[in-house]
Ligand binder design. Structure first.
Ligand SMILES: [Zn+2]
Length: 81
């Protein structure tokens, strides 16, 4: 269990939140191929290093926010909306 700082509610236990996975930039639908859409929807880097993730504050403000977290040590160095 880790403590994640919600920008609205402050430090929260991870059981109060939902990890929605790494931040992936949505490709332009006008120029994206089917293979690129498939990659956007289903493939993630899942690196063992610093990663930007989207979290959802489900037992607090009910907002999404971005956290930069080390996936090896669970250290968090930044969070924001
Ligand atoms: Zn919150």
């Amino acid at each position: 269990m880790i403590v994640v700082p919600c920008p609205n509610c402050g430090p929260r236990n991870s059981s109060d939140l939902r990890n929605c996975g790494e931040v992936v930039e949505r490709p332009d639908p006008q120029i994206t191929t089917i293979a690129e859409w498939r990659s956007y929807l289903y493939l993630r880097k899942n690196t063992a290093d610093w990663m930007r993730e989207t979290w959802y504050c489900r037992n607090g403000c009910r907002k999404y926010f971005v956290v930069e977290r080390n996936t090896v040590t669970n250290e968090i160095r930044e969070s924001g909306l």
